[in-house]
Design a protein around this ligand. Sequence first.
Ligand code: DX5
Ligand code: ZN
Length: 220
Amino acid sequence: MTTRINPSILAADFANLEHELGRIASADLVHVDVMDNHFVPNLTFGPQMVGRLQQVSPIPLDVHLMISDVDRWAPGYAELGAFSVTFHAEATEAPVALARRLREIGARAGIALKPGTDVEPYLELLPEFDQVLVMTVEPGFGGQSFMPETMPKLERLSRVVRETGLDVWLQVDGGIALDTIGIAAAAGANTFVAGSAVFGAEVPEDRITALRDAAVAHRH
Ligand code: DX5
Ligand code: ZN
């Protein structure tokens, strides 16, 4: 089983993003948080910025859309060439149609669940997705504390993925650091987003290695 570490550039220096990408060369993917100040109470950047990142980044982009009206906006991020596009379950009435559209364009399709969103209704949709993102904080800000109460959701997903043999990556995002990554790995996560833990480190590359080692040590 592969363990992926996806640093979130939300915690990077926005005025030097190309340089920041150079500090995380061993990352599996670059996590890009798009926020619209509507779905979440914070604002980051949109397609123009993501398009430019796509041009300069040697690492594929893992786009996390924390925006409303995803049916309208998500396909555009796939068209920019993002490796994966993850939208929130709470932001669309038609997750399957949108996932199919994203895959058709050539991106991996991801669905994200806020901490309070039940996973049960989405289990039967798993074949339509390449990734499920279990939010381990309320979306909107970096640097928050990991919520262990979200772990049963991950355990449930992990069991279903194992039983069905589906190739769906299980991602966690929020408060992932050296002291929490093992908890998420033990619950079945294999793809880890880390913002402040990576960019707040003296040497981000070393932190990526340490996070990866901690995850591998705890996975089952
Ligand atoms: C939060 C974002 C996260 C954020 C994580 O809503 O989705 O990707 O960057 O930041 P940390 O790792 O600092 O909790
Ligand atoms: Zn994110």
